[in-house]
Structures are given as C-alpha cells and as structure tokens.
Design a protein around this ligand. Structure first.
Ligand code: SAM
Length: 243
C-alpha cells in the first residue's frame, strides 16, 4: 500500500493485518492494488478526480472479504464504486475475487484507511448510496465508543449523500442495531424507508435490494443470531447542521 499523501488521523480500532498472505494474494496487493487504491489530497477531491465516466457513486464501508461489493459491481455496471476497507486480508480477498471475474476496473476504486477520513474528503451531495454492513459491534460497554456510527459520522454520511440518496445499514448485534436505529430516526434529514430481519433466503423478494449474504451475516446465521437491516433515504427539504 502506498503511504497517504498527507497525514490522515486513523481511528481504525480493529485489525489492519492478520496472518501472512498467500503468494497469489501478495502478488495482487503488489500488482493490482496500486491501480485501484487512491489517497485523499487537498488538490484532488473525489469522486470527480477518480473515475473516467461520471456515473452514480455507491460506497461500501468495511466491505470485509468483499462478497457484497463484488455482487453490486456485477449487478450495477452503470455505477461507480468506492470500497473502503483497512484490513489487508479483506482487501486481498476482494482483489482475488475481482481478478477472477474479469470485471471492468474503471468503475471501482479502493480506499484503505479509516472511512471517516474518506467521508471528510468527499464532496457534499456526491454519493447516491452508502452501505454499512455489519460494522464491528464492540460489544463491551467500555468499548462502545469505538463503534463506527456515532452522531458526527452520521452527519458526514448525510452530508455526502445526494438528496434522496440511500443509506443501508445492517447488524446482527441487537444493542448496536437499536442504538443506530435511535440515532438515525432522531435525525430529521433521514427517512426510514424500510427495516426488517434479513432472512436466509435466495429469493430476491425476501432480500432487500438484491443483497447476497456477507461473510459476517453468514457467521451470524450459523450462530443462530438474527441479522437486521434498515434502509434510509436523505430528505431534500432539511439539511444537517454541521458545526
Ligand atoms: C464485522 S466486519 C464486517 C465485514 C463485512 N461488511 C461483512 O459483513 O462481512 C467489519 C469490517 O469493518 C472494517 N472496519 C473497521 N473499522 C473501519 C473504519 N474505520 N473504516 C472502514 N472500515 C472499517 C473492518 O476491517 C471489518 O472488515
């Protein structure tokens, strides 16, 4: 990974590196990642600087091993995508899937630092859809403050979404899900369009927005934990007050 062009304060609490990567994945990180990865710089403000064609921009925060991001890439070639994941093992898994599928690469870019820095660097009203699927729950009370979604991050998410843009959130952790639901529904800039239980089904009618199981959803299902999702839309009439 190339070093950032200017210092970005990292507040990633989880692992950045795991077990050593296999040879093929090491090669992908060395050869493919540099062409997809970008850094934020004061001169070049994404998303305009990143993509050849101007298309709706979708972002996945914490894509893990990338199953969901890959499926969205396959299903929505008319969109540009930014995947944000700081864990090297996950990035390498995603690169392996991407390279095996022969998908075009001009509409996908990767950010390998903290997603909060990414949000701060994005233009206002620039992202059509943001996925935050199974963010780390940090279940111990003393670690709750490490959770990704708090009020400041929510305001940044809302700022970057286009009017009528969509925020999709899922979690298998009841306490985190409930606290996120309270937070988002208190915010007048968002409308809760839909929420429910993520059923273990391949029927597209029973899964929101053609959404395949992520690795963490699969793990939750195996452990017989229920996963829930919410879909929110940014209103056009009220703008968040960012102080
Ligand atoms: C519980 S995993 C879920 C992964 C994937 N979404 C899934 O459902 O399988 C949470 C992911 O968020 C990533 N993550 C943690 N903090 C992050 C941050 N500040 N910015 C972006 N990603 C982050 C972790 O590296 C991890 O891959």
């Amino acid at each position: 990974m190339t070093p950032p062009l200017f210092p970005q304060k990292s507040v990633v609490f989880g692992r950045r590196k795991g077990r050593p990567l296999r040879k093929t994945k090491t090669a992908l990180v060395k050869d493919l990642l540099p062409s997809l990865e970008f850094q934020l710089s004061p001169e070049e403000r994404p998303p305009l600087s990143l993509f050849k064609d101007l298309k709706p921009l979708w972002i996945e925060i914490g894509y893990g091993t990338g199953d969901h991001l890959i499926s969205q890439l396959r299903e929505h070639p008319h969109c540009n995508f930014i995947g944000c994941e700081p864990f090297l093992g996950g990035i390498a898994d995603f690169l392996e899937k991407l390279s095996s599928l022969n998908l075009p690469l001009e509409n996908i870019r990767l950010f390998t630092q903290d997603a909060r820095s990414l949000l701060k660097g994005l233009d206002t009203n620039s992202v059509e859809k943001i996925f935050l699927l199974f963010p780390d729950p940090w279940p111990k009370k003393k670690h709750n403050k490490r959770r990704f979604l708090g009020n400041d991050t929510l305001l940044e998410l809302i700022r970057t979404l286009t009017p009528l843009g969509t925020l999709v959130i899922a979690s298998d952790h009841d306490d985190y899900y409930e606290s996120m639901l309270t937070l988002v529904t208190q915010n007048k800039s968002l409308i809760l369009q839909k929420q429910g239980v993520l059923l273990n089904s391949t029927d597209p009618l029973e899964r929101p927005l053609f959404w395949p199981m992520t690795r963490f959803e699969r793990k939750a299902h195996q452990a017989q934990r229920q996963s829930r999702y919410m879909i929110l839309q940014k209103c056009t009439s009220v703008l968040p007050s960012l102080s």
